[in-house]
Design a protein around this ligand. Structure first.
Ligand code: 0RA
Length: 652
């Protein structure tokens, strides 16, 4: 059999832009909506490069009725002279040569943005047509490219209809590009105004001073973004609706030969840290070297400051980075060349020099910020918060150790407060968490001791000054609950070892009772979520009144029910009002609130718990009265609303 010859002529040589057509995914990732918008952002990136290097200040993005998009800038205009080796105009080179954008970097631009740096030629290659107008040197120039199928069915992409020509005069400078994404590549798709707005806003934050207009000629929608504060305005935007602890974000900007970095941050009363980082306008969701550099600088500078100013005593250990960053919202904006992206989604900056340089510049700039006396109160806020966070961290660690080491003495003492049930039947056992020692005493005497365990909670340790849920973790009673449930908490939580099928919170129908309930629910919500989602958490419902006379006795659980009870009692009745659980004797407490045959329980849903957490965490203010009023208003499981006498419904 004749061997098949393979000769040079058989090697398929793809013209640059034809390669893009053949495998668009290689250049823009996907031809879905993301890729469709990507070819717009390639053009916008070029305009931003021009502006962020100091030429011009405005970009317009216009969505046209025919499905095309226009991107206009008032930069210097793409070069129109003939390229010495390519023998074509600069404009034609940019739109027909892959990676042509890259060559601007070192000579013309210090740093260049953009996703893959594939440049405008990719947009041209994947468009049905693309028209470019350049205003420059008093003249106006025009060139048009198109993609078409020849008589052999071969597709030619991004071909200039004719060379760049001068079509008139102009008093301005800048570049305007209009392109129609090719349906043959993308199918029928259109630009999404909301998507574009979101990214335009982000770009305006990341490029201080840049004005971006977005207009849809299809719907008439228009938006405009311009932030003189840049990423400081970004931080302000991010904390809208949160409780910021600074009047305004802190900000610094520094650069050297290798990179340019700006950072802005603000402290909030939240417990989580939020860092948003960018490299060349691209979100680095997975973080990377720049984030690490900034974070270690932050930790170092604040620890040094704390020591120098006696916030940390000699014998005290340094605070951890996570302590300083609790509640911190940060935006890091890095510009540098030759970036390497790593990670699962290629959104993690890998360049090691970014860590070193960002760290050094950040140490220098953060030190300057802290030296400025007008920032002293900000430094104090961060330090106070960090010290609290460290305390909570240590307490949480201790609690964890305690629940692990079940037999040690301290733990034994804790569980000592618990009156356990005699049965070991996990499916029948119930844990009552009871507000107050006296109610706790009644509950212990009145209970069914086979299945019901009682844990009295003294009001005090869980009282109003316990503002922070994390502090709650350091609380003895909470640690007792953790030990008693035997599930562990947080990451270690394991529902399969739960000792009680029902965890029932019994608290008074007043402000303190509501607060204690909210704190407990918040704790469960945060650290034992499954306990709630699996339906183990209940609110016990003690009566508010007893209506009675000779031969008549009725417990009343809501104000609405009171009138009915009074009416059916007839003449000569008396009303006893229960102000708290403690006013009931053991038998009454059993009969009305604990007896499975007669009681009413409200099963706590995850929404209830989320609501409780919002209440606790959004009420960080020091105005105890205001907080109490708020809790009363929002946390009292409203008896008229939630009240259900049908215990079968809840008491399953
Ligand atoms: C390189 C050099 C010059 C301008 C540009 C690039 C440029 C590129 C784009 C892409 C979109 N808008 C743009 N605006 C400018 C300046 C050449 C000169 O004036 O000498």
């Amino acid at each position: 059999m004749a061997e098949k010859k393979y000769e040079s002529k058989d090697i398929v040589v793809l013209d640059g832009l034809d390669a893009v057509r053949l495998r668009p995914g290689m250049y823009i990732g996907t031809t879905s909506s993301r890729g469709f918008h990507h070819i717009l952002w390639e053009i916008v990136d070029n305009a931003i490069d021009e502006i962020s290097n100091g030429f011009g200040d405005t970009i317009k993005i216009i969505l046209n009725k025919d499905g095309s998009a226009t991107v206009e800038d008032n930069g210097r205009g793409i070069p129109v002279d003939i390229h010495p080796t390519m023998k074509k105009s600069g404009v034609e080179v940019v739109y027909t040569t892959l990676h042509a954008g890259g060559k601007f970097n070192n000579e013309n631009y210090k740093f260049s943005g953009g996703l893959h740096g594939v440049g405008a030629s990719v947009t041209n290659a994947l468009s049905k047509w693309c028209k470019v107008t350049v205003n420059k040197g008093g003249k106006q120039y025009f060139i048009e490219f198109h993609s078409f199928e020849d008589e052999h069915g071969k597709i030619h992409s991004g071909i200039p209809v004719k060379p760049l020509e001068c079509i008139g005069t102009s008093k301005t400078t800048g570049t305007s590009v209009t392109f129609l994404p090719d349906e043959k590549v993308f199918g029928k798709q259109e630009f999404n105004f909301e998507t574009i707005i979101k990214r335009a806003r982000e770009l305006a934050f990341l490029n201080k001073g840049l004005k971006i207009f977005v207009e849809s000629k299809i719907t008439g929608d228009k938006s405009e973004f311009h932030y003189e504060g840049g990423i400081a305005d970004f931080v302000t935007y991010l904390v809208e609706g949160k409780n910021a602890l600074f009047k305004q974000p802190l900000y610094f900007h520094a650069s050297n030969k290798i990179l340019d970095v700006e950072v802005s941050f603000i402290s909030t009363d939240s417990y989580t840290e939020n860092t948003f980082s960018y490299v060349n306008n691209i979100p680095t969701t997975e973080g990377g070297m720049h984030e690490i550099g900034f974070k270690s600088a932050f930790t170092k500078v604040f620890n040094d400051f704390a020591r120098a100013n006696n916030y940390l005593k000699d014998k005290e250990q340094n605070l951890l980075g996570e302590d300083f960053r609790e509640g911190l919202v940060t935006v890091i904006n890095l510009k540098m060349n030759n970036v390497q992206f790593e990670g699962q989604t290629k959104t993690k900056l890998g360049n090691p020099e970014a860590r070193v340089e960002v760290e050094n510049l950040s140490i220098q700039e953060l030190t300057k910020l802290l030296d400025d006396k007008k920032n002293l109160s900000y430094a104090e806020i961060i330090l106070d918060k960090a010290k609290q966070a460290a305390k909570v961290r240590l307490a949480a660690k201790k609690a964890k150790e305690l629940t692990r080491a079940k037999n040690n003495a301290e733990n034994f003492n804790l569980v000592g407060k618990l009156a356990s049930s005699t049965s070991r039947d996990r499916l029948k056992n119930e844990l009552f968490i009871v507000e107050g020692d006296s109610a706790g005493g009644s509950a212990k005497q009145g209970r069914d001791r086979r299945y019901q365990a009682i844990l009295p909670l003294r009001g005090k340790p869980l009282n109003a000054e316990k503002k922070r849920i994390d502090q709650v973790l350091a609380n003895e009673e909470i640690r007792t609950i953790i030990s008693a449930l035997d599930t562990g908490f947080g990451e270690d939580f394991d529902l399969s070892t739960l000792r009680y099928n029902k965890v029932i919170i019994l608290s008074d129908a007043d402000q303190d009772g509501a607060h204690i309930r909210a704190i407990l629910l918040t704790f469960f919500y945060r650290y034992m979520k499954e306990l709630i989602t699996d339906g183990h958490v209940f609110i016990g419902l003690p009566p508010l009144y007893k209506v009675y006379k000779k031969d008549y006795e009725k417990y009343v659980y809501s104000d609405a029910e009171l009138a009915d009870a009074v009416a059916s009692a007839g003449k000569g009745y008396m009303i006893q009002r229960y102000k708290g659980l403690g006013e009931m004797n053991p038998e009454q407490l059993w009969e009305t609130t604990m007896d499975p045959q007669n009681r009413t329980l409200i099963q706590v849903t995850i929404e209830d718990a989320a609501q409780a957490e919002r209440m606790i965490t959004t009420l960080m203010g020091d105005d105890i009265e205001e907080r109490k009023a708020y809790i009363q208003e929002h946390a009292n499981f409203d008896r008229e609303d939630t009240f259900m006498r049908d215990y079968k419904k809840f008491d399953v």
